[in-house]
Design a protein around this ligand. Structure first.
Ligand code: CTP
Ligand code: CA
Ligand code: CA
Length: 658
């Protein structure tokens, strides 16, 4: 389809920036009717939708403080070799940041409590808190933090059986309160259960005016008019870090006539969120910060409005003034190349500036998909809160080697250390899902400044996954990838080794993962239902265009996996089927976490890309013979498949075989 000609020259569109009006936000105050309230399946279009993001405060530091029973008021940091990976709030008061070395931190605060992160050492099955762990021989373990993270998720799941929970990173989760809040509204206001006989439009009549809301004790309500409500301008910024006693906890600055039923929904969600946060604090000892708003994007922004140990609420009426002054490059998805390109193209810096760019104009310059950006700027985000299935997960254990490997024989030590971590993680995951198995084991090796090379093999399905089993598979890959020779035959300078499991999952879950890629036209009924929602739509869009594989920036708009850095480890892979290079999204290009996260992200992307090809193939078959023949391939017993699978490239490979 040829792009439509621009309606106005860009400069004219852009110079009218002052004209961006309330119409830009006309999605924010919809009429809410009885039909809306009584419908249970409006999904992301629900005008009463309420989503929260709950993030743990100084998480790794809090985990160590609780584990050791240390007074939470004492300044504490978590050390990794000679750097810091977490700084608690009392330590932040001394000006200590995560960017610092341990020596500088101790200078700033001599009484600082310092805990070194747990490490693996060769020969041990479990990581430990050893005396003087050494980066030359040991490897960091985040296992304790992962476990604590799961306990927090459990509290959400148990506290909100009818809500949807999506773990978004090691210390945060999205919670969809829409359903429990709707139940509570109907419970508290039983007169809303019936459409009044004299309602002019029956079920399509608007609900009666909402009750007055008492926000006291529910959290910090972001003001509708920040400048006139007596709060300082720094409140406009993304994430005011310090507690601000004058921030009007529970105080609402504006006219109550603006109050809507959506505000009632937010206030009920705030009650429920507050209870669960209190549960986490009393049962586990962790404080958290939450944001409550109409969608995931806004919930995430709102969560950092005031930290720590706080929850903030963003009413729809407060969205325009909250977003407009925000530097858009601070928005996570717009922090990378895309944000830079937008800033340069239009010479702008705030969300308000960008509101002047029409949708047509943006799509012409940045492609069809930029509708997502256009909507985000207006406080619209259609991505669903959805529990991620275990399928296609990767587990990666990676070690940066301060002293590079120069002889092939030095590899064995590290492979055993990495294998111990993978064994622990897989076996722990199997405690709650005994059918889990990794389809593939991958060894990654990086030399000097090169990007990593990797080699993979099928991993056998066995009940007993031991360190030895993984290490011997790793050793085999090492021989194939690195050889057995020494520096004389082949100069060697390996500074990173990583061992990972890819495509971890069960077959049943595997089927679910693929459904999202079907077009609604070719889907069987029950699959259509699951594909109808917004989050899946982006994938369907790219599938609908047969000339295009999944886009390189496939992650844009996807709320999963906040993070990370890409130095060293490859940021893309070449697909052998379509010959295209597939890149990690911009949002994964900033400096940050470690190789493990990058490798896991790249593997997830590879599996996703394979799934795309698979879905195309299946869609073709469904279209030609109307019966989902290929799907039956899933019914084969898992064990047989594992044996047959010589060089698997995702589940795609063996599924297309008839
Ligand atoms: N983390 C890390 N490296 C990073 C970012 C995060 O190791 N570049 C770890 C931190 O140690 C942290 C956890 O991941 O404890 C969660 O990160 P984040 O929520 O960003 O920071 P917190 O330390 O939890 O601090 P805050 O209270 O500001 O959320
Ligand atoms: Ca955190
Ligand atoms: Ca976090």
């Amino acid at each position: 389809m040829a792009p439509e000609p621009p309606s106005k020259p860009v400069s004219a569109v852009w110079k009218g920036k002052a004209k961006a009006t309330e119409a830009d936000f006309d999605d924010l105050n919809p009429v809410i009717t009885y039909r809306h309230l009584h419908s249970r399946n409006l999904g992301v279009k629900d005008p009463l939708r309420v989503v929260a993001l709950c993030d743990s405060d100084a998480f790794y530091a809090a985990c160590e403080q609780v584990r050791l029973g240390i007074d939470p008021l004492l300044p504490l940091v978590v050390q990794q070799w000679d750097s810091l990976i977490a700084v608690n709030y009392p330590a932040r008061k001394f000006g200590i940041t995560r960017m610092e070395k341990i020596k500088e931190a101790r200078k700033k605060c001599p009484e600082l409590v310092v805990v070194h992160v747990a490490t693996y050492r060769e020969g041990e099955k479990e990581p430990g808190y050893w005396e003087n762990p050494d980066t030359l021989t040991h490897k960091v373990s985040l296992d304790h933090y992962r476990r604590e993270s799961m306990k927090i998720i459990k509290i959400f799941q148990e506290g909100l059986p009818t809500g949807e929970i999506e773990k978004a990173s090691i210390d945060e989760a999205f919670i969809d309160f829409t359903r429990p809040v709707r139940d509570e509204i109907l419970h508290r206001y039983p007169h809303l259960a019936q459409v009044p006989p004299d309602a002019p439009n029956g079920a399509d009549s608007p609900l009666p005016p909402p009750p007055l809301i008492l926000w006291d004790g529910l959290g910090t309500v972001i003001p509708v008019n920040p400048l006139s409500s007596g709060s300082s301008t720094d409140k406009l910024d993304l994430g005011t870090q310090d507690s601000d006693p004058a921030s009007g906890d529970g105080v609402i600055d504006d006219d109550d006539e603006l109050t809507t039923w959506h505000d009632v929904a937010l206030s009920i969600a705030a009650e429920l969120m507050g209870k669960m946060r209190e549960d986490i604090r009393t049962k586990l000892g962790y404080t958290t910060s939450a944001g409550i708003a109409r969608n995931k994007f806004l919930a995430k922004l709102t969560a950092s409005y005031k930290k720590p140990n706080n929850q903030s609420i963003l009413r729809n009426a407060a969205i325009p003034n909250y977003l407009r002054p925000m530097p858009f490059q601070k928005i996570r998805f717009l922090g990378g190349k895309l944000g830079k390109a937008l800033a340069q193209e239009y010479d702008v810096s705030t969300v308000g500036d960008l509101l002047a760019i029409s949708l047509d104009e943006m799509q012409r310059k940045f492609g069809e998909n930029s509708v997502w950006v256009w909507e985000i700027l207006r406080g619209i985000d259609r991505s669903e809160v959805k529990e991620k299935s275990a399928v296609n997960k990767s587990m990666c254990a990676s070690k940066n080697l301060p002293q590079p490997i120069t002889k092939a024989s030095q590899g064995h030590h590290w492979i055993r250390v990495l294998a111990a971590e993978l064994a622990l993680r897989l076996n722990e995951a199997r405690e709650s899902n005994s059918g889990l198995w990794p389809k593939t084991i991958v060894l990654h090796v990086r030399q000097g400044y090169e990007t990593a090379r990797s080699k993979q093999a099928a991993f056998p399905f066995t009940r007993q996954v031991t360190v030895d089993l993984i290490a011997s598979a790793g050793d085999k890959l090492w021989k194939e990838l690195v050889g057995t020779g020494d520096a004389r035959t082949r100069p060697m300078n390996i500074n990173n080794v990583a061992l990972s499991f890819a495509g971890v999952g069960t077959m049943e879950a595997g089927q679910q993962g693929i459904e999202g890629f079907f077009t609604t036209r070719t889907l069987p009924d029950e699959l259509q239902r699951s594909a109808r929602e917004g989050g899946v739509k982006r994938k369907i869009d790219s599938l609908n265009d047969p000339a295009e594989g999944p886009r390189a920036n496939i992650g844009i708009g996807d709320d999963g996996g906040y993070s990370n850095a890409l130095a060293g480890i490859s940021t893309s892979f070449l697909c052998e089927r379509c010959g295209k290079r597939v890149n990690l999204p911009d949002s994964l290009s900033d400096a940050g976490i470690g190789d493990e996260v990058r490798i896991e992200a790249l593997e997830a992307l590879r599996v996703e890309h394979d799934d795309f090809h698979l879905a195309q193939q299946l869609a073709k078959q469904l279209a030609s013979n109307g019966s989902p023949q290929a799907i039956r391939a899933f019914d084969r017993p898992v064990q047989k498949k594992a044996k047959k699978q010589r060089a698997p490239e995702g589940i795609a490979k063996f599924l297309v075989r008839k």
